[in-house]
Design a protein around this ligand. Structure first.
Ligand code: ATP
Ligand code: MG
Length: 387
């Protein structure tokens, strides 16, 4: 019997015409330089340089929409600092924590203790015990020389939302520890109490969305590493860049487009990647994104979406009141309250499936929230009714 892996490997070799090395198109790939982020990296470095003089650096917060290079820039700055520290023979550690993996204060502190060589359990101790163990590392000068620790808390919104701001309080009140927080929301300070804001006293660095030309530079660099020479038709990178610039300047999306377009070319046995491949890739990505999100939504939220879908098809302007009426029709007896619907609307907006816009109805008539679908009607319908 033939082996399934042999078959797949044989299929895979078809890709050598198009791809030289697919890794550089992966999200986790860290390029040797980050074009158009020199300024932000320099700013991080300006704060962190204190560590090289054995002074605890200021806390820093990076803000910016998705795919604007925050994670990449912070990892880049980390590598550079570690390099510089080892040359100067100072003891600096930079630990990267993704708060989607470590979602509570306990988990983060335990993880930091473990990285610093303390044998602590992943659960079971009190918060006090774990925090004391962590602080002890600095108090007792455990390594025989002064340690400065920088903690990168990536996607911190998730941790703050789930477990409150205790983590920031603990870290900012530990000697020799500096925090670099990364957030998608400019108003993330709303999740923090004022006593924490004051001990955080952070320097803020904003990552603006990339424009089409900047995305094109980013893609060109990656394409040189990933694709064989002359396989990309000339309009491929400009098209990917223009499409991603429309998606709020998201470099991850631009890379996804390029990679998917390349894969489609392989699938077609084509010698070239064309703009048509990019267009199909766009549909495919949109399709997967929307269907993934919708399929994993809780039932009540799916019903809210169904209500929005019905009203959209009737060409109605969708106010929250109208939406609630339609939703009640669908849910019948187990409908949730009007207030809960607002939470659902917010969540759906965060996921990018709908948008809302507050309009004034004129003097004395107050303001109304108008809801609009932001994904393809047919795609939504197909997905909702195939679940
Ligand atoms: N200036 C750049 N040069 C080269 N590659 C970049 C640049 N900016 C972003 N990228 C690449 O784009 C992808 C997304 O970037 P990154 O993960 O840093 O975004 P982010 O701001 O952290 O997004 P999110 O908020 O969704 O986490 C990564 O693969 C990254 O390597
Ligand atoms: Mg990130």
């Amino acid at each position: 019997m033939s082996n399934i892996f042999d078959e797949i490997e044989r299929d895979d070799t078809k890709g050598v015409v198009i791809f030289k090395d697919k890794k550089p198109l992966d999200h986790r790939f860290l390029p040797e330089k980050l074009v158009h982020r020199e300024e932000q990296i320099r700013q991080i470095a300006k704060y962190w340089v204190d560590a090289l003089n054995e002074v605890t650096p200021s806390n820093v917060t990076l803000y910016g929409k998705t795919g604007t290079g925050k994670t990449a820039a912070s990892k880049f700055a980390r590598e550079q600092l570690i390099d510089a520290a080892s040359n100067k023979n100072v003891f600096v550690k930079v630990e990267y924590i993704r708060c989607t993996d470590y979602t509570t204060e306990y988990q983060v502190i335990a993880q930091l203790c473990q990285k610093l060589g303390r044998d602590v359990p992943n659960r079971g101790w009190t918060k006090g015990e774990i925090v004391n163990t962590f602080r002890d590392i600095f108090r007792t000068n455990a390594f025989g020389k002064k340690l400065i620790l920088i903690v990168i808390l990536d996607e911190i919104d998730i941790l703050l939302d789930k477990d409150g701001d205790g983590i920031l309080y603990t870290l900012t009140r530990t000697d020799n520890v500096s925090v670099l927080s990364i957030s998608n929301y400019l108003d993330f300070k709303n999740l923090i109490k004022s006593r924490v804001t004051s001990s955080l006293n952070d320097k803020e660095i904003v990552f603006p969305p990339y424009g089409a030309d900047q995305l094109s530079d980013i893609l060109t660099e990656r394409a040189e590493l990933a694709f064989n020479e002359n396989v990309l038709e000339n309009d491929v990178i400009p098209l990917c860049s223009a499409m991603a610039a429309k998606e709020e300047g998201d470099a991850r999306y631009a890379l996804d487009l390029l990679k998917n377009a390349g894969e489609l070319a392989v699938y077609d046995d084509s010698q070239k990647v064309t703009s048509e491949h990019v267009r199909i890739a766009k549909d495919r990505i949109e399709h997967n994104k929307v269907t993934d999100i919708i399929q994993t939504l809780p039932l009540q939220q799916q019903r809210v979406l169904e209500a929005i879908l019905n009203l959209t098809k009737q060409d109605e302007e969708i106010s929250s009141g109208k939406l609630y009426d339609e939703y009640k029709e669908i849910s019948k007896k187990d409908a949730v309250t009007y207030r809960r619907i607002f939470d659902f609307i917010n969540e759906l907006e965060l996921l990018g499936i709908i948008s809302t816009n507050t309009v004034s109805r004129g003097r004395g008539k107050g303001r109304t929230n108008i809801i609009k679908l932001q994904c393809n009607v047919n795609l939504l319908e197909d997905t909702l009714f195939s679940i």
